[in-house]
Design a protein around this ligand. Structure first.
Ligand code: FUL
Length: 701
């Protein structure tokens, strides 16, 4: 415990004794609890308290509509005529964020600062006649708006000729040195884990494999980082433990059980990323990284896919509310600005968070606890209700289960509960429940596992006079710095829309109570539009469905869901596969999936008969949506045919970043006539032939 804190506690206890205000015995000599297990260092603590900060994805691939640049993209494309880092910073600040992490170099190798070690940077781009430096502009804007600044430097570099050889490590460290020396304080550095293999590599155009654990010589790279920026935290997903961990998904959530611990060495299976390791020997807390749109970089087609308020609120509860921080990404448009829809979404989100947590109904209300450390006022339950993160309720050593009861004094409506452990002394709580006294009966509202730095629970609104927080299991005596209770306004969840093979459109409500209204002509639905009562029969052509949930009682409506569907699939079928279940690939439902068997040789073909010859100019593939599903295709060739005999190679490429972010993959090509399409899977994430498909679709002109 810090000296300052120890003095503070002693003096509080002393004042209490002198004032003779004691209801329980006063013992000034009660020692504070000792730390248990691994604890965060100062940098990790400072970082954890930031809670919420921005990611910015911007690079040459913003101009090529790609997720990952190959490394040979034309530098002349880079000319963001309205670039304004102050706009980015203003939005982040307005959104309540505490910092910004910028993709100084993404996998394509293109540098947003004029690195002296490569020609593939802004210094050779038309933007500002090669005199620009986006890292500088961002660092300055962050300073102006009181935000911390961080950098993403991709270890994988698809442009650099020496990538894969020892020379690249010198290059990588030189670039790191530039970034960590020339731009002021850097709070976090991000070493992305992607090492896809293929790339331009100075013209070699080949696949290079490296061992992500050893190639980058992380221990020495970390040493350099810490020398240059002693207050930094290092994020790394390359098999070497750093200060922070990835949580195993880019979907915007971490496990409900979330230990900020891992082992310093050894492999980390994906579910360990999501939950941490209860008995881990090191403090490695989770950071939830996700984008405000499906993808990380800007794609105009996603202008209607910006996360809705309910989605962003879910993300909040599933990250900050589960003992993690939230790193929320903005893709920058080719003109150099954040899209106004993203701005509105994030500001609405900030307002909703503010509203939800505006009034803490438990602040300084009456409380009692089944055990108080040394019966000392310094560790009483009121220390968890005083809105001071440096004081806490603690129990005696050896007392690992205890209850704290809050008495509201009158029937009080609430639907959120927040608890925080004093993590300077370690993460201890293994399980807890909360109960409410409703009409003189105790009713259990929740039964949960870990708490950590912060845990927030959501439950249906109750009206109760008391709330009881029961710690039912802990590694050591619990130390709770904060408890809060809120009555957050209810939000309506937008419905989801699917079009089945028969052409019927089904709208799935996000909750059970609200009504659904929809349109089929691209107009915005209102409570006067068609009311959804069951599957809608649609014709064979393209349709655009817009739907919203509406709560008559409050007059509130949800954000609008927009889905565009191409030609009907009535007569489509999978051919050449001896398994009826394969047809789910065409059923329009993202939740159903089918996998080819594991046996046999690569590549694996899936042929669809579209029933008649059609004009098509692209296709879409959605991988199996269950978490860590097998067989996500990464490398494909797409063929078309009019007779199922003579095939034409129409497209070929990779589904970049599909493993971490298993979204719809859309590929466009010039118009061709085809009745049959063949998706050839050349490689999947597991390196086997068990190819998985949730959906396959075509795009028509
Ligand atoms: C991933 C990368 O491959 C994506 O492109 C993106 O930068 C994301 C934050 O991390 O692994």
């Amino acid at each position: 415990m810090k000296l300052k804190k120890a003095l503070k506690l002693t003096s509080i206890a002393g004042v209490m004794c002198l004032a003779g205000l004691l209801f329980i015995s006063c013992n000034e000599d009660v020692k504070p609890p000792g730390a248990y297990g691994p604890v965060p260092n100062e940098n990790q603590l400072r970082w954890q308290e930031m809670e919420y900060y921005a990611f910015i994805h911007f690079s040459l691939n913003t101009y090529t509509d790609q997720s990952w640049g190959f490394g040979d993209e034309d530098i002349n494309l880079f000319n963001p005529e309205k670039l304004d880092c102050r706009q980015w910073a203003r939005i982040c600040k307005g959104a309540g964020m505490k910092g910004v992490i910028l993709t100084a170099k993404h996998h394509s190798g293109f540098c947003l600062w004029p690195s002296e070690y490569t020609e593939y940077s802004v210094k050779n781009a038309p933007w500002k006649n090669g005199k620009g430096d986006i890292v500088r502009e961002m660092a300055d804007a962050c300073k102006e708006y009181g935000l911390k600044f961080g950098v993403y430097l991709s270890p994988w570099d698809r442009n650099y000729a020496e990538y894969g050889r020892p020379e690249y490590i010198t290059y990588f460290r030189n670039q790191l040195t530039e970034l960590l020396t020339n731009y002021g304080d850097i709070f976090e550095v991000w070493f992305d884990g992607a090492n896809g293999g293929s790339g331009y590599y100075g013209g070699a155009n080949e696949t290079r494999k490296i061992d992500r654990k050893t190639y980058y010589d992380w221990p020495n790279t970390y040493k350099l980082v810490r020398e240059l920026q002693p207050d930094i935290v290092i994020w790394n997903d390359n098999g070497d433990r750093a200060d922070l961990r990835w949580v195993g998904t880019e979907g915007g959530y971490v496990g409900k059980t979330n230990w900020s611990l891992l082992n310093a060495t050894g492999d980390v299976p994906e579910d360990m990323l999501m939950h941490g390791l209860e008995d881990g020997d090191s403090w490695v807390p989770g950071e939830v990284n996700t984008s405000i749109r499906p993808e990380w970089f800007y794609h105009p087609a996603e202008d209607s896919k910006v996360k809705t308020l309910p989605q962003l609120m879910d993300t909040y509860y599933h990250s900050i509310g589960r003992n993690a921080t939230l790193l929320l990404n903005f893709p920058i448009m080719p003109n150099g600005l954040i899209h106004e829809k993203d701005e509105k979404a994030v500001l609405d989100f900030a307002a909703a968070v503010k509203e939800a947590f505006a009034v803490n109904l438990a602040e300084n209300v009456q409380s009692e606890a089944t055990n108080i450390r040394g019966n000392s006022k310094a560790y009483g339950p009121e220390k968890a209700l005083d809105d001071d993160g440096e004081t806490y309720w603690a129990t005696d050593d050896g007392v690992d289960t205890a209850s704290l009861t809050i008495d509201f004094g009158k029937p009080t409506r609430f639907n959120r509960f927040m608890a925080q452990e004093y993590i300077r002394l370690g993460q201890r709580v293994k399980s807890f429940t909360i109960e409410a006294l409703i009409d003189d009966q105790w009713q259990q509202l929740a039964e949960e596992t870990t708490i950590g730095y912060k845990r927030i629970l959501r439950f249906p609104t109750v009206e109760a006079t008391k709330l009881r927080f029961n710690i039912t299991g802990a590694k050591s005596n619990p130390v709770i710095s904060n408890i809060a209770v809120y009555d957050a306004p209810q939000l309506l969840t937008p419905p989801s829309v699917i079009r089945g093979k028969s052409g019927k459109v089904t709208i799935i409500p996000g909750d059970k109570e609200s009504e659904i209204y929809y349109t089929l002509d691209g107009s915005t639905p209102t409570p006067d539009s068609e009311k959804y009562t069951g599957p809608i029969t649609t014709g064979d052509g393209k349709i655009e469905v817009r739907a919203m949930a509406y709560a008559r009682a409050s007059g509130k409506s949800s954000p609008v869901t927009e889905e565009k569907f191409g030609i009907s699939r009535k007569s489509w079928k999978i051919v050449g596969v001896d398994d009826e279940k394969a047809q789910v690939v065409l059923d329009g439902d993202p939740q159903t999936a089918w996998n080819h068997g594991k046996d046999g040789k690569l590549p694996v073909d899936l042929v669809v008969d579209l029933g008649e010859v059609q004009e098509i100019n692209g296709f879409r593939y959605l991988p199996n949506q269950s978490i860590w599903s097998p067989g996500i295709i990464t490398d494909y060739v797409f063929y078309t045919s009019v007779d199922n005999k003579n095939w034409r190679k129409t497209d070929q490429g990779e589904f970049s970043n599909i493993r971490n972010n298993p979204l719809w993959q859309t590929k466009n090509f010039p118009v061709v006539k085809a009745r049959y399409i063949k998706l050839r899977a050349e490689k999947n994430t597991e390196g086997d032939r068990n190819m998985g498909y949730a959906e396959i679709d075509v795009i028509t002109p």
